[in-house]
Design a protein around this ligand. Sequence first.
Ligand SMILES: C[S@@+](CC[C@H](N)C(=O)[O-])C[C@H]1O[C@@H](n2cnc3c(N)ncnc32)[C@H](O)[C@@H]1O
Length: 331
Amino acid sequence: MTHRILELYSGIGGMHCAWKDSGIPGTTVAAVDINTVANDVYKHNFPETNLLNRNIQSIKPEEIKKMNINIILMSPPCQPFTRNGKFLDKNDPRTNSFTYLLDILSQLDSVEYILMENVKGFECSAVRDLFLEKLQECEFVYQEFLVCPSTVGVPNSRLRYYCLARRNSTWNFKRRDEIMNRLPKDYDDPFMLSEIIEENVPERYLISDKLLKRANIFDICYKDSRRSCCFTKAYTHYVEGTGSVFTEASPETVDNCYKEANTHEVGSPDFVSTLKDLKLRFFTPKEVSQLMAFPKSYEFPKNISIKQCYRLLGNSVNIKVISELLKILVD
Ligand SMILES: C[S@@+](CC[C@H](N)C(=O)[O-])C[C@H]1O[C@@H](n2cnc3c(N)ncnc32)[C@H](O)[C@@H]1O
């Protein structure tokens, strides 16, 4: 059977990539997003897909019915469920399009499968209660997960909430009432970063003196690391908690250099100039995309700035986790 997919909040097409990666036969009948920059990137990679530059709330149930889709893949805005977004939950207008979808779900008879992704924190929200209630009302069986890519062999942390839902089925995957913290299969350990590190990375990726002043809080990765921190949309803007940095130097060299730097006042010119020897740099957008398991062939169009690439990737999803979840959902 060839599935017919509706990709909502499609961004740069993480769900599209995950579907392809899963190897399950299917076509993305339509993708919908209001961000024109993200849409340019989506179009560049998937020119054949019907991409609608529309507010989801403007799409009437009749229009979706005509698409004859049987799967909805979606990652609604996460700001309502984050501390930075003030955790306004259902009082945040950015949840309106999602609650609109819940309102029309009962009319979308052809939909058999739903995969939804969001931030950790969604599971504590009132919107999650609404979502689960609506799934039950529409006779979906569901299973929730909180999973990190590092558990499926990808050296990046990005703990996210996922919900898999299937309608009218004998799906016996749902095994627990609680949220699952891992996938049922065993995976290899995360691969080494050397597999995705680019050569001859331009100097513009080196960390500026201004940011080096805060080098004591960097999360540093090496070629043989099998881990990296979650890359957020503020990567390179701020250093704290926005993603790891990289050096070709060995951990011993870094240790010694930091020891010497710390004999000076943290943030002082001497502190900064000592650390400059390490040539600490940001991961390039290509490297970040690989750490989010995007395919090697995935590209950003030339007119998209580096900052925009990081912003879009920070909003996107881990392909490998979703691909594995899709195999469980559509088994
Ligand atoms: C978390 S991101 C999704 C990222 C996407 N899965 C990807 O791989 O890039 C949420 C997306 O929802 C879009 N969005 C937010 N509200 C929307 C609405 N009412 N209608 C359509 N798109 C919306 C944003 O532009 C953003 O691209």
